[in-house]
Design a protein around this ligand. Structure first.
Ligand code: ATP
Ligand code: LTN
Length: 333
């Protein structure tokens, strides 16, 4: 486990659909960079996905595929603790207690709740509403210092901090109050079809999202269809949100600066730019696809990874829960 000076990092993604280029650029790429210097916990937050109705058989497959996608992205299970949220029951136990320290007024303000209840009008359940308390439990259980996420999670993180401070004030120092870590470039990759909306794995318009699992042909096609404008100049400006988004993607995937991308395509039109961007993405994803197939053929190993991950996570989580139970006045077991 972490030595006393090693900072703790926690992050998670919901196993719905399949990982997108937005998830990779906004989150996973940064997770990988952190594994050298920190004790990192990365969870597949399967309980969060149950806020939307799932088909059990498909859901199990998606969860396994997510874990394999994490590993294929290069997350090292020796350095990081990688696990399924539902395998560590302390998450739901703490979530209940934190629910009792969260105000309805706070939950009412959450944009993700407002958006998701618009999208799933027939199933606006209590889980969707109290989702941020479970997310706060995920983070606070591990005495997390830093949470690397995309821009969209800032509001949930702020609420998590408020809950932690409130709890500490009421019961004495219990939780570390975490900071969020949002990347400077790429924190919000936009849909290729609607550049005013974030790229999302649950978008109904599949052309707006590049999935890490997409074939080369599909990536080329989606890139060709990406919405731009009539200027035909590769310029990074708010007036040209479509092309601005593509430049951001280029810069983060090829690991070169925005200025360098713009200079490289000075005087060239959108056609050449989009085609070469597709090639850059395809090249970057090649090792991902190879690793994915390898892990898929080695399910025994994959199972060991998540079982060991949950074991390590439970040990830390139980330490925090013992303190929490005692602080709120529950009798020792
Ligand atoms: P859903 O559509 O199911 O809400 P999502 O694609 O938004 O999913 P999440 O599982 O909610 O993805 O997020 C996983 C991580 O990826 C989070 O840290 C989130 O901030 C980040 N992320 C998601 N979409 C983007 C994006 N378009 N740009 C940058 N980061 C993103
Ligand atoms: N709500 C997040 C997923 C998530 C998460 C977390 C992220 C659940 N628990 C803890 C960071 C830390 C989302 O929708 N992206």
């Amino acid at each position: 486990m972490a030595n006393n000076h090693q900072k703790i990092i926690f992050s998670g993604a919901q196993p719905t659909g399949s990982l997108t280029l937005g998830n990779y650029i906004g989150a996973i790429q940064n997770w990988k960079a952190l594994e050298q210097d920190y004790q990192c916990l990365y969870s597949i937050v399967d309980l969060h996905s149950l806020t939307v109705r799932q088909n059990p058989k498909e859901f199990r497959e998606t969860c396994t595929s997510f874990l394999i996608q994490y590993l294929a992205c290069g997350l090292d299970p020796e350095k990081n603790i990688i696990f399924f949220q539902s395998h560590v029951p302390q998450h739901t136990e703490l979530a209940w207690i934190l629910n009792c320290h969260t105000y309805m007024g706070e939950l009412n303000r959450m944009t993700q709740f407002k958006e998701k209840s618009q999208r799933h009008k027939d199933n606006i359940n209590a889980g969707l509403y109290t989702y941020p308390a479970l997310q706060a439990a995920d983070i606070l259980l591990y005495q997390t210092n830093t949470v690397p996420v995309g821009e969209d999670q800032k509001q949930h993180l702020e609420l998590c901090r408020d809950i932690a401070m409130r709890f500490n004030q009421a019961h004495g120092e219990t939780f570390v109050v975490p900071e969020h870590h949002i990347p400077k470039v790429g924190a919000r990759i936009m849909s290729l079809q609607e550049p005013d909306k974030k790229m999302s794995k649950s978008d109904e318009n599949l052309n707006g999202t590049i999935f890490l699992m997409d074939s080369e042909d599909v990536i080329l096609k989606k890139m060709k269809r990406a919405v731009t404008d009539s200027e035909n100049r590769v310029v990074y400006s708010d007036e040209q949100p479509g092309i601005k988004n593509l430049i951001t993607i280029y810069s983060t995937v090829a690991n070169i600066s925005i200025d360098e991308v713009v200079a490289r395509y000075d005087g060239k039109g959108y056609g050449a730019f989009k085609k070469e961007l597709a090639e850059v993405i395809i090249e970057a994803l090649r090792p991902f696809k190879e690793k994915y197939d390898n892990y898929k053929n080695n399910m025994d190993y994959v199972e060991t990874v998540y079982k060991r991950g949950a074991e390590r996570a439970r040990e830390i989580a139980e330490g925090t829960m013992k303190d929490v139970r005692s602080k709120v006045g529950l009798l020792p077991r």
